[in-house]
Every structure is written in C-alpha cells, then in structure tokens.
Design a protein around this ligand. Structure first.
Ligand code: ADP
Ligand code: SR1
Ligand code: MG
Length: 408
C-alpha cells in the first residue's frame, strides 16, 4: 500500500482491513484518540466503543519532525527500524517489549499492545514513585539485549547481517551525532537560545575544550563502533512502568553501536531526576533511593552480562579453548569495566546535551523558577563534566555515586 499520512478518522478506516486487529477487537465499533507526546511521531489509542478496556496503540511516522513541523523533513523510514528493533528485542526477551499486532514498513506504522496500567517512567520519577523491581528488570533487559546482539554471542556472519539490517538508520544516527554530541556544546540555532544568550555558564561550556575534546572521542566511538544492537534513545520517557512490570518502547533510533550508549542514556536520566529532587523537592529519601537503583542497575547489569557470557562458549569473537581460564576471566573483567567506563562517558554527554540543546528534559527545563532552574543546570553540567573527563578511570559504581554526591 502506498504511504498515506493517517488522521483520527482515516486511521479507523485503515484498520478495518487488518484481520488480526479486527479479531482482537471482535468488531469494528472503534474510536481513536491521538495521545502522542513525543518529538517525532503520531500515536493513536484505538479503543473498542463497547468495551473501552480493549485498546491498541497505532504509531505512525510522518516524513517530518513532528515537534517542529513540515519545514523540518525527516525520513519516515525510522519506523522501519523501530519495527525491526521491536521484533528483534521481543525475540530475545519478550517480557519487556509490547506485543506487535501488525506492522507495515510501507505505511511506516506499527500496531501494538496498549500498556494500560503503566505510565511513562519520567512522570513517575518526578512524582517520587518508588519502583522496587526496576533495577532487576532493566538490568536484565540491558544485559540480554546487548549481549545477545553482540559478537560475544552471534557468529561473524550473523553479526554482519544484523549490522546490515539496522545501520541504514542513518538519519536518526545523524540526529544523535548533532543533537547529543555537537550542537548543544556550541553556538547553534537549534539550541535553547533564550537561555544561552548572556549566560556565563553557556559561554564557559562552549569554550571548555578539555570537555569538548573528550566528547569528540565518545562521538567517534558512537560513529564507528558496532558492538551491539542499541535502543538508541533509552531515556526514562522511553520506559513505561508500574510496580511490577517494565516495558521499553520507542526504539526508532535503533542501530548497532557502542555497548555503553544505552546504559549511559539511562544513567544520565536517573541522575537528571536526582538533580531535580535535590534542587526542587529536597526529598532526601527519594534521592537516596535513586542512588540505590543507579548502583543496583549498574552492578546487576555487569553481573548478568557476565552470566550470559559464562553460558556461551562459541561466538564470532571467541573460539572455545582459545584462552586458558584465568586469561579468559581477566579478559571478561576488563571488557565489562570498559563498558561501564564508556557508559559513564556517554551519560556525561547525555546529561550535558539536555541543558542548552534543543531537547530538554522536564526535570530541568521544566523548572519554572529561573534561579532554581539555573542551579539545576549548573549541577547537571558539573556532574556531566566529571563523568566525561573521568570516565576512562572509573573502577566501579561506587565511584560514580561519589561523583554525583560530591558535586552538590
Ligand atoms: P515518539 O517516537 O514520538 O517519541 P513514543 O513512542 O515515545 O513517540 O510515544 C509517545 C507517547 O505515546 C508515549 O510517551 C506514551 O505516552 C504513549 N505510548 C506509546 N506507546 C504506547 C503503548 N504501547 N502503550 C501505551 N502508551 C503508549
Ligand atoms: C528533535 S528530536 C530530539 C530528541 O528527541 C528524541 O527523543 C531524541 O533524544 C532526540 O535527540
Ligand atoms: Mg521517539
């Protein structure tokens, strides 16, 4: 079918011909409401009129950036990568991914499970909700997705096929190269220039060559290192959660990139939330809980990644019997430490990009009081700078917590 941009009316007409969707609803008495709150796409909640509890999501990419408009063209092929990533991640560990009912690369759309009892994690964290199972869930998700799509698990040819399938996602990779690693650290029209203008902190950041050189090294790895299939935009707005379940949505930035990028993205977003509570709500208990889950998620991630590795004897990288046991163990320990180090570096870039870059986060850019917002920004930049400059020397999660706590 030729691509057509859908709206609230035409979306229902379109779905009438999709048997799997009609079977799910058991009739065509449906209503649609657009609920998208993201920067890029349209998201419709489709519900049965007779039984509104029965609902699905239809997400469609349009050939431009939604939050700017048609004057900012952006290929709708990003949905092709989102569909492929949802299917790939689901095949590795279905617990954390919404079920896909229907997908069309031609129409750049996906129909998936409506996560009824879950909220966007960022909202929950702002409202100080405790998620006791989160670190357990997300560490399993990260370790499984990264390990089983890497050369530590796949054969050489499987890995190259995976790269072929995902690394045409060039436009969204370029968006990250620009909006995470470059524009937020220089004068640029896309920045939040109201805030940049006459701001000594922005001036200091833009002329901080020590920081920017390290960011460039991380950007180079982002552009060239094909470690594993990444979500590519794993902030807390891409996680839907409740006390018992954690789902990862919106993998349209998926590509085969450096191990540390997704781990770093999540770390950055948890620290940004910590900053919000240390400057705005002053809730010490919640800050303690955030530090606890940061440590747990990083430690459990490493442990689970190594456990998956322990069970795998042949892969593109390692032929069974190639190294003796002690050398292999040392190699693995060094390997996982390097992932942690890169994650800290990427977390620094991801935190700093949210301060003056085009896409802010609610925890910081949403602070109404200008003085408090400036304080939160300064703290974010201070931690981000330490992360970026010190990442290559980090030994463990405690050192990361120390950087966060001592910056206040
Ligand atoms: P974008 O790519 O435009 O950022 P998202 O995939 O993040 O879009 O979706 C936008 C919003 O739609 C989410 O923040 C969430 O509120 C809602 N949403 C997306 N997928 C689902 C789902 N499977 N179930 C329930 N709500 C969803
Ligand atoms: C203009 S798009 C800005 C950001 O939104 C997405 O969530 C990515 O983080 C991207 O950089
Ligand atoms: Mg998105």
């Amino acid at each position: 079918m030729e691509y057509k941009e859908l709206n609230r009316e035409s979306v229902l007409n379109y779905l009438k011909d999709i048997k799997k969707v009609m079977d799910y609803f058991g009739g065509d008495d449906l209503s649609a409401v657009e609920i998208g709150d993201g920067n890029l796409n349209y998201v419709y909640k489709i519900s049965s009129i007779k039984n509104p509890k029965k609902a699905l999501i239809l997400k469609q990419a349009v050939p431009y950036l939604r939050c700017v408009g048609e004057e900012f063209p952006l290929g709708r092929e990003r949905m092709t990568y989102e569909i492929r990533a949802l299917q790939k991640f689901y095949s590795i560990f279905p617990n954390f991914i919404p079920v896909v009912y229907y997908a069309s690369e031609d129409m750049s759309l996906v129909v998936m499970e409506f996560l009824d009892n879950h909220i966007i994690m960022r909202k929950g964290l702002i409202n100080r909700v405790i998620y006791e199972n989160f670190s357990e869930h997300i560490s399993t998700y990260m370790a499984a997705m990264l390990f089983y799509t890497s050369s530590l698990s796949l054969s050489s040819s499987e890995k190259r096929e995976l790269i072929d399938k995902f690394n045409g996602n060039t436009e969204l990779c370029k968006l990250t190269e620009d909006l995470v690693f470059s524009f937020p650290f220089m004068e640029h029209e896309t920045n939040d220039n109201e805030n940049v203008k006459d701001n000594p902190d922005a001036k200091k950041l833009f002329s901080d060559m020590e920081f920017k050189e390290k960011v460039l090294e991380l950007k180079y790895k982002f552009m060239t290192q094909n470690d594993a299939l990444l979500h590519g935009d794993l902030h807390t707005g891409s996680i839907m959660i409740n006390e018992n379940e954690t789902y990862v949505i919106d993998p349209e930035f998926a590509f085969v990139g450096p191990f540390g990028f997704d781990v770093g993205a999540l770390l950055a977003n948890l620290v940004n939330n910590y900053i919000h509570h240390s400057i705005v709500t002053h809730d010490e208990m919640y800050q303690e809980w955030l530090l606890k889950i940061i440590k747990e998620f990083l430690e459990k991630f490493s442990e689970k990644f190594l456990n998956f590795w322990q069970k795998t004897h042949n892969s593109g990288l390692l032929v069974d019997g190639y190294l003796d046991d002690i050398t292999l163990q040392n190699y693995k320990n060094k390997f996982i430490k390097n992932i942690l180090r890169d994650s800290v570096g990427y977390a620094g870039c991801k935190m700093a990009r949210r301060v003056y870059g085009v896409a802010g986060v609610e925890e910081i850019r949403g602070i109404k009081d200008k003085t408090l917002r400036a304080k939160a920004e300064a703290l974010a930049l201070k931690i981000a700078r330490e992360f970026v400059l010190k990442h290559e020397k980090i030994e463990n999660a405690d050192e990361i917590l120390e950087i966060i706590k001592s910056a206040r």
